[in-house]
Design a protein around this ligand. Structure first.
Ligand SMILES: Nc1ncnc2c1ncn2[C@@H]1O[C@H](COP(=O)(O)OP(=O)(O)OP(=O)(O)O)[C@@H](O)[C@H]1O
Length: 245
């Protein structure tokens, strides 16, 4: 399903936050919205989920115009928001339980293994490490019926090593998820490592300043560390210095 966002603008009484934000995301694509703090990344996700009401512009999934809440999107916030009194298994099936849908236990167990949680299905969240908790929250998001996942700084609260491990893991399994993903981050390396495409959000009010298409070669950590040029280009684009000598 193709997501098309056209001319989204949003103002709060004191300030215009977004102006003419337009971009599209293809089925199965992994797109990262990269921007500095306060640039409006979360605001865009909130508009997609319907948490924030749209003022102008259109959001379409294929030819369907989205107004307010939509089942096309599943949102994963920075905090894992796990239910501490429920097991890992029950946490990841929360969506099905709320909607009284049947749970395919064998499928869930398979997914738990893919998410590095095999053997932890009966554990409670307080028995897990920070990285594992994030993987539980991520799996809960993946198991929602949505085709487009919105990930808002999912690794933001983790230490640098755990964050790196999570990025390696997501890098490895992303092809198996069969989902379209929009990631929000201010981490340039994370964006380069994981994405098919990076959209730079910047300016006041913010709009999409530039996009970077990434090739297969770019997506290895070795490449990332050995080649600074792309990182440098993105850094300066984020800083808004591309036209400065
Ligand atoms: N309810 C609100 N009223 C007024 N201003 C708001 C409101 N919500 C957000 N903002 C402002 O909108 C701007 C964009 O916020 P947003 O959270 O989308 O940024 P962000 O890029 O996700 O930042 P971060 O990376 O720090 O999470 C910020 O300047 C924020 O202060």
């Amino acid at each position: 399903m193709k997501l098309t966002i056209k001319d989204l603008s949003l103002s709060y009484p004191q300030r215009k936050i977004l102006e003419h934000v337009s971009f599209s995301v293809k089925t199965g694509e992994f797109v990262t919205l990269l921007g500095t703090s306060g640039s409006g990344k979360s605001t865009i996700l909130n508009l997609l989920t319907g948490i924030t009401q749209k003022q102008t512009g259109t959001i379409k999934v294929d030819h369907e115009e989205i107004q307010g809440l939509s089942l096309h999107f599943a949102y994963m916030p920075q905090e894992d928001l796990l239910l501490e009194w429920e097991t890992v298994f029950d946490n990841v099936c929360l969506y099905q339980r709320i909607h009284h849908q049947p749970i395919d236990a064998a499928f869930v167990m398979k997914q738990l293994a893919l998410f590095g949680l095999k053997g932890y299905e009966k554990a409670y969240p307080n028995e897990l490490s920070g990285g594992m908790r994030q993987r539980v929250a991520f799996l809960r998001t993946v198991l929602c019926d949505a085709d487009i996942l919105l990930l808002d700084e999912p690794f933001g609260a983790l230490d640098v090593i755990t964050r790196g491990d999570m990025q390696d893991w997501l890098h490895e399994i992303r092809g198996k998820l069969n989902k379209t993903i929009i990631l929000v981050t201010h981490d340039i390396d994370e964006a380069i490592y994981l994405s098919d495409r990076i959209l730079i959000l910047g300016g006041k009010p913010a709009s999409i300043q530039k996009e970077f298409h990434l090739t297969e070669q770019v997506r290895s950590r070795e490449w990332l560390y050995a080649n600074g040029a792309l990182r440098n280009d993105i850094y300066h684009e984020l800083k808004g210095e591309t036209n400065a000598d």
